[in-house]
Design a binder for this molecule. Structure first.
Ligand code: ADP
Ligand code: MG
Ligand code: ZN
Length: 627
């Protein structure tokens, strides 16, 4: 039997109409007002709720669902200090809750459940007809499709947008800041797209393909769009990861379509994002080659060769890993020009902040250069995000211009995650305080360590307490004694735990510190020639065995050398550990005082911290370890 849409509709319409009335007639008046109370989007655990109760942050409690659910109105630091409704699932029996609520004088209301078992039966009964209709519709569509002949994969590919086309990107060079070298590289490309005659007249050939290399968020996509915007040509874009499809051949056909459309619209820009997803070195990687990827790449290479230079199509590709690309892609006539886009330095950050501050209301007291100084390592996208977060926070605080306070809060959040609730006083709070003061004091008393910005016991992200240091401006060259100072600073937390609480009481809190320490010590030995192994480079910056080429090539040294490396790493860490223990021991008096102050205040800022220390000992730079 052949199904047609007519028979399908004939059958399904009455069923649908009946079900509609059933829903309308029986369900709506009885629908549980708990579900209507959909203002409560966030949830909280019962335990957290009890803590909130103890803190006096709960204002009102409505109990629904036979005592299984409560909608709580509360104010708290996690809730942005605004009154919010939160849903709490109550445990099966919580008799102490009601008395507790009464005792705390909290506005309490219980709502009877209106829905009864009959309703649920009804829903159950309705469910199957609906399922049936759905199933029928599905089968029907499938049978229709297979009747449509071969090429299901094709139609699957076609049903999605093949690539994006923007006639006008609206982005100009002024929107891109902090990557001036890269911008300069592209100025002639723009001139070429605008006046190709001036190039063809003297027989100059403009590159067909340019590869933008740089970490995520540095403005590669933005720059490509700006080129199209400046030259006033259309912008075609596709992402490498979209090429990698389930069906062999789809990726290649997309590449073909993309270039065909581009040729019709020349002059134009083709932008291929994440080209490493298709352009990885062929024939490597675990499990052999990937047919689909190779076909796509081959098609891309063919298309790149297929048009002459100076036809007005410029292909720009972006990646954060040029080292794993197939060498065929980088050959002359393809992506033979590489432009690197790096994380901005201080001046770059300032310029980017200026771009993104243009459409924001920032208090006149805020100096963008202070923000730029506080944000080494931030990419352009991070900075844009930072100003946006600060703007949102400003609205939430009902202020009318962004102040330094909102910006500081946003930086902290971007760097270390969301702020959590302060711990209640306990032994573990004390231990965390010693741990953090340990980091801070070692960092402060060591020559060659950058200064403490603040120490805090307010948890953030994964960390239970934090010591913030102000890094000096964008250091590219770091000396051996500086690395050692950093290792000692990182060891300060654990060392303080050991001395104050004893070896058997040390905690897992130092695991992250130890990771960093090990990595720094390892790099001293294997990359920077800072150990008695000598001036050898034994490891690459990034040797990721799972990505292409690097397979198996990361250990180019003998087993004996491997043993020596481990010995050297241990020796470095041990020596630093001894020095760190000594610093903690010799400064125990001021450490105890600082810990008490930290527990009382939760946060001590750098200046106050140094002032207290200077009452006891001379800073800065009391300790200096040359080796
Ligand atoms: P990428 O493609 O390198 O990952 P994007 O170009 O997508 O980075 O950048 C994301 C956003 O970050 C941009 O839309 C822009 O708002 C901001 N941004 C990044 N780099 C810069 C920059 N150099 N100048 C101005 N804004 C930038
Ligand atoms: Mg991008
Ligand atoms: Zn630590």
């Amino acid at each position: 039997m052949k199904l047609s849409w007519k028979t399908f509709l004939l059958w399904s319409l009455p069923i649908m109409i009946i079900s509609f009335f059933l829903w309308q007639g029986f369900l709506t008046p009885n629908s549980n007002d708990l579900n209507n109370n959909n203002t409560a989007n966030s949830r909280m655990t019962y335990g957290r709720f009890l803590e909130y109760l103890d803190m006096g942050w709960v204002k009102k409690v409505d109990i629904y669902d036979n005592g299984h659910t409560a909608i709580v109105e509360a104010v708290g630091p996690e809730l942005g200090n605004r009154l919010q409704k939160i849903r709490v699932e109550l445990p099966a029996s919580a008799p102490e809750l009601i008395t507790k609520l009464k005792k705390n004088n909290i506005d309490l209301d219980a709502h009877p459940t209106k829905n009864n078992i009959a309703i649920w039966n009804l829903i159950g009964n309705l469910f199957f007809p609906l399922l049936l209709i759905g199933g029928l519709a599905y089968l029907f569509r499938r049978s229709n499709n297979t009747n449509g002949g071969p090429g299901q994969a094709m139609s699957f590919g076609k049903s999605k947008a093949l690539f994006q086309m923007e006639a006008k990107t609206g982005v100009i060079f002024d929107d891109v800041a902090g990557i001036d070298e890269a911008k300069e590289e592209f100025e002639e490309v723009v001139t070429f797209l605008k006046q190709p005659e001036s190039f063809t007249a003297v027989g100059a050939k403009i590159p067909k393909g340019v590869l933008l290399v740089g970490p995520p968020g540095t403005g590669k996509t933005l720059l490509a769009k700006a080129i199209a915007g400046e030259a006033n040509v259309p912008f075609f874009s596709i992402s490498g990861s979209e090429f990698v499809e389930m069906f062999v051949g789809v990726g290649a056909s997309r590449v073909r379509d993309l270039f065909k459309k581009a040729k019709e619209n020349a002059p134009c820009i083709i932008f291929i994002d994440e080209i490493d997803a298709v352009g990885r070195q062929r024939g490597t990687g675990i499990g052999g080659g990937n047919d689909e990827r190779e076909q796509t790449l081959n098609q891309l290479l063919t298309e790149m060769d297929g048009f002459e230079g100076n036809t007005g199509i410029i292909v720009i590709a972006a990646t954060n890993r040029a080292d794993i690309l197939d060498s065929a892609l980088l050959r002359p006539g393809r992506f033979d020009r590489q432009v690197s886009v790096d994380v901005p330095d201080f001046k770059g950050r300032l310029a980017i902040l200026n771009v993104h501050a243009r459409n924001k209301k920032i208090a006149p007291t805020v100096s963008l250069s202070i923000i730029a100084r506080r944000t080494p390592g931030f990419s352009g996208a991070d900075l844009a995000n930072l100003l946006n977060e600060a703007a949102i926070l400003t609205v939430r605080r009902k202020k009318n211009a962004i102040t330094l306070n909102e910006i500081d809060t946003s930086i902290d959040r971007i760097v270390a995650g969301m702020e959590g609730m302060p711990l209640i006083d306990s032994k573990s709070k004390r231990l965390i305080a010693y741990h953090e003061i340990g980091h801070a004091i070692v960092g402060t008393l060591l020559k060659n360590h950058y200064p403490v910005q603040k120490v805090t016991l307010i948890p953030r992200g994964q960390a239970r307490g934090l010591t913030w240091f102000t890094p000096s401006e964008d250091q590219n060259l770091i000396s051996r004694s500086e690395i050692k100072a950093r290792i000692m600073g990182a060891l300060g937390g654990r060392a303080a735990e050991e001395i104050v609480f004893g070896d058997s009481e040390v905690t897992t809190g130092a695991s992250n510190d130890l990771q960093q320490i090990t990595s720094m010590a390892r790099q001293m030995v294997t990359r920077f020639g800072m150990s008695s192994i000598g001036l050898l480079s034994l490891e690459n910056e990034e040797s990721n065995p799972f990505l292409g080429r690097g397979m198996g090539s990361s250990s180019e040294y003998s087993d004996e050398v491997a043993i020596k490396i481990d010995e050297q790493i241990q020796q470095i860490v041990q020596e630093c550990h001894q020095n760190t223990l000594k610093i903690i021991q010799e400064n125990r008096v001021v450490i105890d005082r600082l810990v008490d102050l930290l527990i009382e205040k939760e946060t001590i800022d750098g200046d106050e911290f140094r002032e207290i220390i200077s009452e006891y000992t001379s800073i800065p730079q009391k300790y200096e370890y040359a080796n």
